[in-house]
Design a protein around this ligand. Structure first.
Ligand SMILES: Nc1ncnc2c1ncn2[C@@H]1O[C@H](COP(=O)(O)OP(=O)(O)OP(=O)(O)O)[C@@H](O)[C@H]1O
Length: 254
């Protein structure tokens, strides 16, 4: 197996006396399409913040091969102010700011090139000069992913990327992720197990502790441990590939 790009080792986070992450261990490999699922408040965003270096764990550490600048982050949709007067191109290229150290900060031709490429990858080149507030939710979502891509990440971290998106747009979105997988590892966190695409390579359940399995299979045990209640996989429409045998169904397709 290749070396991990990110190693999360025995990470603990306590906030206001409340343990949010407990003894979390996780490795992200270059060819991963990793889904981390878990209930609301289970610690998913907190784990991403620890990986990004935005939050220091009380105990444990995160090790990188390749440096922080190679992480692309797509925060939850609700954290963006889409009313801000800015064009799609301006928003996307702003993802390059972290790479410009000289003051005053000015974009160069490489920055503009990368922004054009990211717009094209996300299929929104024709929207580049529109105001971000005038876009549909699905288009805005593509723009925030394009913004994460301009930094040329080797790991893309996505926090609940499909919350406001309808089913056809979600399917298109996963097709785009499929293309991106050739260039980077992808880590997707979500509370909704119904949105997990069937192309994921590994899955883990997070509810303070991380419950993992060495494959793309979600086992009822993992879900029960994370959600503290039996979860009916079939009712959530999870693709068959991630099922283990379901006792009532005898392992048949849903
Ligand atoms: N700054 C903070 N101060 C105190 N508690 C916090 C803080 N940030 C997060 N928490 C708490 O930590 C827990 C985990 O939050 P987190 O946002 O990581 O969960 P999540 O799994 O991403 O949830 P969701 O699916 O609802 O987005 C929650 O109980 C939350 O209230």
């Amino acid at each position: 197996m290749s070396e991990p790009l990110i190693d999360v080792r025995d990470v603990w986070v306590t906030m206001r006396g409340h343990t949010v992450l407990e003894a979390v261990n996780l490795s992200i490999y270059p060819d991963d399409f990793f889904a981390i699922i878990g209930p609301n408040g289970g610690g998913k965003t907190t784990l991403l913040r620890v990986i990004l270096g935005l939050l220091r764990p009380c105990r444990g550490e995160v090790r990188f091969r390749g440096g922080m600048s190679n992480l692309g982050y797509v925060p939850q949709f609700r954290t963006f102010d889409f009313d801000y007067p800015i064009t799609v191109r301006e928003m996307v290229i702003s993802g390059r700011l972290g790479r410009i150290s000289r003051l005053p900060r000015r974009y160069g031709s490489l920055d503009r090139e990368r922004a054009d490429e990211a717009l094209e990858t996300m299929g929104i080149s024709d929207l580049a000069d529109r105001q971000i507030r005038d876009l549909s939710g699905g288009e805005q979502q593509r723009a925030i992913i394009a913004r994460a891509l301009v930094g040329e990440p080797n790991v893309l971290l996505l926090d609940e990327p499909t919350v406001y998106v309808d089913t056809p747009t979600t399917l298109q979105f996963y097709e785009i992720l499929d293309q991106l997988r050739e260039r980077m590892a992808i880590v997707l966190v979500t509370h909704d197990i119904g949105v997990i695409p069937d192309r994921i390579t590994r899955v883990a359940c997070l509810n303070r502790r991380l419950y993992t399995h060495d494959s793309a299979e979600i086992t009822p045990d993992m879900l029960e441990a994370a959600y503290h209640c039996p979860v009916d996989l079939i009712a959530h429409g999870v693709p068959h590939r991630v099922f283990s045998d379901h006792p009532e169904e005898g392992g048949e397709d849903a």
